[in-house]
Design a protein around this ligand. Structure first.
Ligand code: SD4
Length: 304
């Protein structure tokens, strides 16, 4: 019965680790957290964790969230600095506070309390070189501090690869989680969809979903919540992602760079995207090993 699904090809790390938890009768929540931690640990992945791309000022700011569909609880942190495992900090918010989302100094304090704070964060060498080049290209301009200029520079920097993970355990409990360093060289303080419950992730007792892509568009559509709503109404995960991605695309506004994965309580999964070559990884009892799927064309849909 257990099944786990994660975004992008590095999702294999999350799926392998999460699967170990699920096959030992662990909870979906533990599987999602453990899987995402594994991706956060890999400093060669530049879109998640402390190895990620920094903001425009060269500081790594991370977003993460986790949701337990069986209790409708969630925890989330946004734009946090110096935190080793934002997904775990998000879980601490969910389980150790009466709040859902904590940002800024308060998040730093919590990170210190729970031993997740890292004194010094060094950019990875290749990331640092890219950022320095980017910085140089900005300062060559006549008005380096103008917001308009910054936005232009940013619009060329759509790099998206959130780790999103959804799992269902032996007892039918569904959980979802996300973790990302957000858009490359984003403005300081910018928060994407990933830590926003309903946008980057959602889970209830019928299904779970996580989104990846351009957070500004995902947030406007509340993508994950909509997909899970369709599942709650009786659609399979595959039908739900299809209906929502098609609806958003037909609507014709803010539909570029969106992708979503989903899992329903019958352990069926689905994925859809509005861009080519979206990849995701799945493992379930009916598979021998984790399997990577690639949506070659946009608007292709996969189910099992
Ligand atoms: C964001 N959605 O911050 C995230 C970026 C990402 O895959 O990497 N998505 O907008």
């Amino acid at each position: 019965m257990p099944t786990i699904i994660a975004t992008w090809n590095f999702g294999i790390k999350a799926v392998e680790t999460g699967w170990k938890v699920l096959s030992n009768e662990g909870s979906a929540l533990d599987a999602v957290e453990a899987g995402i931690r594994e991706v956060e640990n890999d400093l060669s992945i530049h879109s998640v964790g402390l190895g990620g791309y920094p903001n425009i000022e060269g500081v790594v700011e991370l977003d993460a969230a986790i949701m337990d569909g069986s209790t409708l609880s969630a925890g989330s942190v946004a734009a946090v600095r110096n935190v080793r495992h934002p997904i775990t900090l998000a879980r601490k918010v969910m389980e150790n506070t009466s709040h859902v989302m904590i940002v800024g100094e308060g998040a730093t304090k919590l990170a210190k309390i729970f031993g997740l704070y890292v004194e010094e964060v060094k950019l990875q060498q290749d990331v640092k070189l890219e950022w320095e080049k980017f910085k140089e290209s900005l300062s060559l301009s006549s008005k380096p501090n103008s917001l308009e200029l910054l936005s232009k520079a940013l619009s060329k920097q759509i790099v998206h690869d959130t780790i999103g993970c959804v799992a269902i355990d032996k007892f039918g409990r569904i959980a979802a989680g996300t973790s990302t360093s957000g858009l490359k060289f984003k403005l300081t303080g910018r928060v994407g969809d990933s830590p926003i419950v309903g946008s980057g992730l959602f889970a209830n007792s019928f299904g779970g979903a996580t989104a990846t892509g351009l957070g500004e568009n995902i947030m406007i559509h509340n993508l994950s919540r909509l997909v899970v709503e369709r599942i709650s109404e009786g659609l399979s995960a595959r039908e739900a992602v299809k209906v929502e991605i098609e609806r958003i695309t037909k609507n014709g506004k803010r539909f570029n760079e969106l992708a979503v994965i989903a899992l329903d309580k019958n352990e069926l999964f689905g994925a859809a995207s509005t861009f080519d070559k979206f990849e995701f990884v799945v493992m379930s009892d009916s598979m021998k090993r984790p399997t990577t799927f690639k949506l070659e064309r946009k608007h292709t849909f996969v189910a099992f």
